[in-house]
Write a protein that binds this ligand. Structure first.
Ligand code: NAD
Length: 295
């Protein structure tokens, strides 16, 4: 049984990704191009505001043309569609990000499908998802793409391994499973995807060489659900009440970190694991889009 597992620091990997992007951004600058990322935020959801501010700050720091359109919660679907269509036509905008969830009177899927797939840096458009499934080059949803970068950075072998993904959301679980089944490096895995309708989930998770937890349930994966020596990627970011903290809460993953630590060979912490990778990959996708614009 491994005693001290490798701690997979997404924070460290995200810095490496951003350092690599700097060179590409300079090359683009030499051609008179500045990567342009526009985020659209409708309403005042506090978590979305924090997330969008962080994207804005980090993209501006890298020298992007970074914009946030902050729209009133009462913005109509038609108004939002027109705004997205305008961004599609703007040559200075290489990436469009519409922060989800949108207010209930707006159809998320309709808005996603209106974004030009060439500017779909979130990788949510059906064209991007289709390319991912077919193994074609395209924009990959940022969180799964970030997990792949972590595995690459730490030389985690995936070929022939059994990867078990917990959760089937469109932004994490499904794209993650699809990435891992591809016939290429950093994939070639045997994949099982479990979800709320899976009876006795532990039967599957205990077989995982690589366990990727993306359910959004605080610390529900304990040592009884993990195989000795497994690699554990914890995507969950959950707020749990904690009176000992100044804010009254702490962030925790889907995995009971302390409980599995003595059993696993490698694990991502929360925070500082998968979290920092999501924005790094958004920036990476935007640089890729800017490069594509001159091909
Ligand atoms: P989601 O709620 O859209 O999907 C969760 C999925 O997990 C669903 O498919 C559901 O069937 C499954 N699930 C829920 N409870 C389960 C259970 N008890 N057993 C098995 N399956 C279960 O969530 P999401 O957007 O995929 O996010 C998942 C988690 O990852 C959340 O905690 C979210 O905050 C976090 N997240 C983190 C990042 C990041 O940057 N690290 C990015 C996206 C999401």
């Amino acid at each position: 049984m491994p005693n001290s597992p490798l701690i997979l620091s997404g924070k460290e990997v995200s810095l490496a990704v951003k350092a690599e992007l700097k060179g590409r951004i300079e090359a683009l600058a030499g051609k008179g191009i500045k990567p342009g990322l526009t985020a659209v935020l409708v309403g005042e959801d506090p978590a979305s505001q924090v997330y969008v501010r962080s994207k804005e700050r980090q993209s501006a720091k890298l020298g992007f043309n970074s914009n946030v359109l902050r729209l009133d919660a009462s913005t109509s679907q038609d108004e939002l569609l027109k705004i997205v269509e305008g961004l599609n036509k703007d040559p200075e905008v290489h990436g469009i990000l519409v922060q989800l969830p949108l207010p209930r009177h707006i159809d998320d899927q309709l808005i996603i499908e209106t974004i030009d797939p060439e500017k779909d840096v979130d990788g949510f458009h059906p064209v991007s998802v289709g390319k991912l499934v077919l193994g074609l080059d395209g924009f990959v949803s940022c969180t799964p793409a970030g997990i792949l970068e972590i595995m690459k950075h730490y030389n985690i072998e995936t070929e022939g391994k059994h990867v078990v993904v917990v959760g089937r959301s469109n932004i994490v679980g499904k794209p993650m499973a699809n990435l891992m089944i591809q016939k290429r490096d950093l994939a070639n895995a045997t994949v099982t995807l479990v979800h709320t309708r899976t009876p006795d989930m532990g039967v599957h998770t205990r077989q995982a060489d690589i366990l990727i937890a993306a359910a959004g349930v605080p610390e529900f994966i304990g040592d009884d659900m993990v195989k000795d020596g497994a690699v554990v990627i914890d995507v969950g970011i959950n707020r749990v009440d904690d009176a000992t903290r100044e804010k009254g809460y702490r962030l925790t993953g889907d995995v009971n970190y302390e409980a599995v630590l003595g059993k696993v060979s490698a694990i991502t912490p929360v925070p500082g694991g998968v979290g920092p990778m999501t924005i790094a990959m958004l920036l990476s996708n935007t640089v890729k889009s800017a490069e594509n614009s001159i091909k």
